[in-house]
Design a protein around this ligand. Structure first.
Ligand SMILES: *[C@@H]1O[C@H](CO)[C@@H](O)[C@H](O)[C@H]1NC(C)=O
Ligand SMILES: *[C@@H]1O[C@H](CO)[C@@H](O)[C@H](O)[C@H]1NC(C)=O
Length: 397
């Protein structure tokens, strides 16, 4: 960079030695050039410093840019997640509109709010109320499906989910698929609705695999049809994962309980009166048989033959000792209760039926009635939904 200056200095030196006789005029010329050179050098140093400062600035700027880019990537990711969740909600909303367009005779109110936080407070209130009139409690009869709540889409297309209806329990149980040895336990409905529900769950490894979608949970015990057997029901203590009882349900296991849900041979159900088993009997025209079980000792208390067919049945549950059988078409139409059987023989079903469910997805693989909160926990084509039912008192004339 300084080569031209050096050359200049060298030539002046040559001039000085070679032409020493030169006048003082020349000397002052030399001094003048000296000053110019010093001045130029000064400026060069300054340029150098300026360039260094620019380089530093450029470096800082690129560093800042990089950090901006990083932040931008985070925003992008967040945005994509939001778009995904909006797309999911849109999908649900579209299905709602589709349903509303299809119109139902009873027009149940459809509510797609995911979070049900106030539920637990209400539960506590209802429980106190119910405790005061336990005797009259079971005169309730289901009249319609009041509302539908879509809680989640998790697990397989088929499965079951339910809550322990025993006093003080908020636990939710989740059985994905139609056979497995694992079930998931959640401390509350809210824990289940979380996005990271699978990590939040307690995995309960049962001593025997379960089969179908007709499991029941009561008071910390799970009751289920043992896979690989025709008609064995087991009762397992959930906390310590040990079998506490087992029984054979006579006549069960030869025909699916519901022709539209062929993996379920035994349906267990809990209502206001206790534990029940439902199965279809081929010796009885494929009609459903209801058995009241003693839930402590796991023994049969009584059995009733019902007029309800298993053909085109999808699922069934009991409300106050009345069997409600839900039918559909093999092509996934609209689910409705079309057969009732009251063990007390006080309901005249013709005036009440059918009771329609709002049409949502394609078909139900399970429904579990919760006697305390009067809700049905259903699995509709991979969606976990809650139906709230309307009840009125039985005419016990
Ligand atoms: C059993 O359930 C667990 C947990 O939900 C799941 O990871 C596993 O794939 C299931 N197994 C089968 C055979 O479906
Ligand atoms: C499992 O639970 C049952 C019922 O509460 C209890 O009797 C039993 O002692 C428990 N077993 C173990 C190993 O904790």
């Amino acid at each position: 960079m300084y080569t031209w200056q050096l050359m200049l200095v060298a030539s002046f030196l040559a001039l000085e030695t070679g032409l020493s006789h030169r006048s003082t005029q020349d000397m002052s010329m030399l001094q003048y050039y000296d000053r110019r050179i010093a001045h130029l050098e000064d400026r060069l140093t300054k340029y150098d410093q300026t360039i260094q400062a620019y380089e530093q600035k450029l470096y800082d700027l690129s560093k800042e840019m990089r950090s901006h880019m990083d932040r931008l990537n985070v925003y992008k990711l967040e945005l994509r997640n939001q778009v995904d969740s909006i797309a999911m909600r849109m999908d649900r909303a579209e299905r709602d509109i589709e349903y509303l367009e299809n119109n139902s005779p009873s027009q149940p109110h459809v509510d797609i709010d995911d979070r049900i936080l106030e539920r637990q407070v209400k539960d506590a209130l209802q429980e106190t109320r119910r405790k005061l009139n336990l005797k009259t409690d079971c005169s309730a009869i289901m009249t319609s499906v009041k509302s539908l709540k879509i809680v989640k889409k998790a697990g397989d297309v088929q499965g079951a989910w339910l809550r322990d209806p025993s006093k003080g329990s908020t636990k939710v149980y989740f059985f994905s698929g139609t056979s497995n040895s694992t079930m998931l336990e959640f401390t509350s409905l809210q824990a289940f609705t979380e996005d990271n529900y699978f990590q939040a769950a307690r995995k309960v490894y049962l001593p025997f695999p379960w089969q179908g979608t007709g499991h029941a949970v009561n008071n910390g015990f799970v009751y289920y049809h043992k896979a690989g057997t025709a008609n064995e029901i087991v009762k397992v203590h959930i906390r310590n994962q040990t079998a506490s009882d087992t029984m054979l349900l006579q006549g069960a296991g030869r025909l699916p309980a519901y022709s539209l849900m062929p993996q379920t041979f035994i349906q267990l159900a809990v209502d206001e009166l206790g534990l029940w088993a439902i199965h279809a009997d081929p010796d009885f025209g494929g009609k459903l048989v209801v058995t009241k079980l003693d839930r402590t000792r796991l023994e049969v208390e009584h059995t009733w033959d019902t007029p309800c067919k298993s053909k085109d049945a999808e699922v069934a549950f009991l409300v106050c000792g009345t069997l409600h059988v839900v039918y559909n078409t093999p092509y996934s139409g609209r689910s409705s209760v079309q057969c009732l059987f009251d063990i007390h023989d006080t309901i005249h079903s013709r005036e009440m039926l059918p009771i329609f469910f709002p049409k949502r997805y394609t078909s139900h693989s399970s429904m579990h009635y919760h006697p305390k909160d009067k809700q049905i926990y259903a699995w509709d084509d991979g969606y976990q939904t809650i139906y709230k039912v309307d009840t009125r008192r039985k005419n016990t004339s």
